[in-house]
Design a protein around this ligand. Sequence first.
Ligand code: ADP
Ligand code: MG
Length: 144
Amino acid sequence: MTRKYYSSSPEETIELGKKIGERLRGGDIIAFRGGLGAGKTTMTRGIALGMGLRDEVSSPTFALVNEYRGKTALYHFDMYRVNGGLDLDSTGFFDYVSDDCVIAVEWSENIADELPGGCIVIELSAVGEDRREITVIGDERFDF
Ligand code: ADP
Ligand code: MG
């Protein structure tokens, strides 16, 4: 299923993220695509809220991975500085992949060849100062 959504503000992107987050379950991996400022971290804020996680989401750019614990944990990766398989191994990414948690990956373009199959792809692109086109490639859960 491929579905396009439009957002006119960060708040709307968070709302869409919330709806997605409510429908996620352990084992889901979200592969974000879209450049700097596209809204990946903003949408992850909504996803965390939808998953019932209350901790403030911040960009994992420096930490590489941020963990949000809850009934189902969310691991939020930033692959901006990661380039391909060997690099990815050294991040420990594959140790996090499990049916018990949700993983969200910013800059998934950088590990496209290594991503496990069946990821939910969320591509964000700016189509105006505050307007974003958000393409979700996943299953019927994300067709609202
Ligand atoms: P990324 O993680 O993709 O680099 P961020 O979510 O950190 O992007 O930042 C997105 C920036 O764009 C923020 O400054 C946010 O306020 C702004 N913005 C403007 N309009 C939107 C929108 N519709 N959705 C998400 N962010 C938006
Ligand atoms: Mg970000």
